[in-house]
Design a protein around this ligand. Structure first.
Ligand SMILES: [Zn+2]
Length: 379
């Protein structure tokens, strides 16, 4: 297979952009090393990015003197940073709250991140979002939007959102563009987390990321790229049936894993175990922080481990990344989930499964989702 020159250029530009996002500040020589591209190719891409105001170059004083490192003799070394005047409105539509951040091209929030309780209609959401946008002074280049549920990126349509049924269809994206005053680049929320994890620079080339929040879902990174499936249904681990579980799920099925290990599912089990219907998420968190994974929680962790093992067995990936509320409750929980996944998967018989609890890096993921827009050659 031969790649067209413009495809090659796009692939190389993505590598440079991702390396810059990962490194924070770096030199041209280090960029060439990190991307395995020639110094000439890196130079061309960087010059183009400089010309378009995506990158800024600063002279750096090397520690302990004026001896230059790398570059031409006598010329002080320069550090490249993603920068410039582009501004994005990064919006995370969550089941309980919608978070809004005003960010630069490197994903750094330029003002304190704000949020509002997610309302129950598209029009109320549009109104709230438009109000919040006005508190950020300036024009957004694009709105970067993360969405829960099953999102068809090709058609710009939210096909199914069990926890936010009002958001289904195309109206949400139209409302977002209207409220944000900018075109929208939308990404499914767990895919945004996987992109963000990749951007951290700490990720394996291939990993399965599973997030436990108001819903439970996964995303698969293979060979450094998101796995794309024929249907826009990928990583929906939360809607896998668990034997013996009679809880009804918002998707309409009975027994989904999500009803056990989402926030609501965990709270339901905790309330039943503690005999208090009034017990809150804060009560639950305090209890788990103090006592670790107790008997009321272990069967749910075991069920989650089995489902994770199914994914690991299918994909042949040995790096598991856990994010969100459940693994954040106590350090033991990530370990137990990984142990259960090892116990139930074939890799556990003869190989090694690396389990890691990681923070959610959704804004960095959203920035990565905008890379092709930012890097496309100007018409
Ligand atoms: Zn379900």
């Amino acid at each position: 297979m031969s790649l067209h020159a413009s495809q090659l250029r796009t692939l190389s530009a993505r590598r440079v952009f991702r390396a810059l996002l990962m490194a924070g500040g770096t030199s041209r020589a280090d960029l060439a090393r990190a991307t395995h591209l020639s110094a000439v190719t890196v130079g061309k891409i960087v010059d183009e990015m400089l010309g378009r105001g995506l990158v800024r170059e600063e002279e750096t004083q090397p520690p302990g003197g004026s001896q230059s490192r790398g570059g031409t003799m006598g010329r002080p070394p320069r550090t490249l940073h993603l920068g410039g005047k582009r501004r994005f409105l990064a919006v995370e539509l969550g089941v309980r709250r919608t978070q809004v951040a005003w960010v630069g091209i490197d994903g750094t929030p330029l003002l304190p991140i704000q949020s509002f309780p997610t309302p129950e209609s598209v029009s109320d959401w549009r109104t709230k979002l438009a109000e919040m946008r006005l508190t950020f002074d300036g024009h957004a280049d694009r709105m970067l939007l993360s969405l829960p549920g099953v999102f068809d990126a090709e058609r710009g349509e939210l096909i199914c959102s069990p926890n936010l049924p009002w958001s289904e269809g195309r109206q949400l994206l139209e409302a977002a563009a209207d409220a944000g005053g900018a075109p929208v680049i939308a990404v499914q929320e767990i895919q945004a987390l996987a992109l963000g994890h990749r951007a951290s620079g700490r990720a394996a080339d291939s990993f399965v990321l599973v997030d436990f929040g108001d819903g439970v879902g996964g995303a698969v990174m293979t060979g450094g790229e998101l796995l794309h499936s024929p249907l826009p249904l990928c990583g929906e681990l939360g809607h896998t049936g668990v034997h013996g579980n009679r809880r009804r799920c918002a998707c309409g099925a009975v027994g989904c894993l999500e009803t056990l290990v989402s926030r609501q599912g965990l709270l339901q089990s905790f309330q039943a175990a503690s005999g208090s219907k009034a017990a809150s998420w804060d009560d639950l968190r305090e209890r788990v922080q103090r006592h670790g994974a107790e008997a009321w929680l272990l069967p749910s962790l075991d069920a989650a481990g089995s489902v994770l093992a199914g994914a690991i067995n299918l994909l042949g990936i040995q790096s598991l990344v856990l994010t969100g509320d459940l693994p954040g409750l106590h350090p033991d929980i990530g370990r137990i989930l990984t142990e259960r996944a090892v116990q139930h998967s074939l890799i556990g018989r003869f190989g090694k499964l690396d389990g890691e609890v990681a923070p959610r890096r959704r804004i960095q993921g959203l920035i990565t989702a905008a890379e092709d827009y930012l890097l496309q050659p100007e018409a």
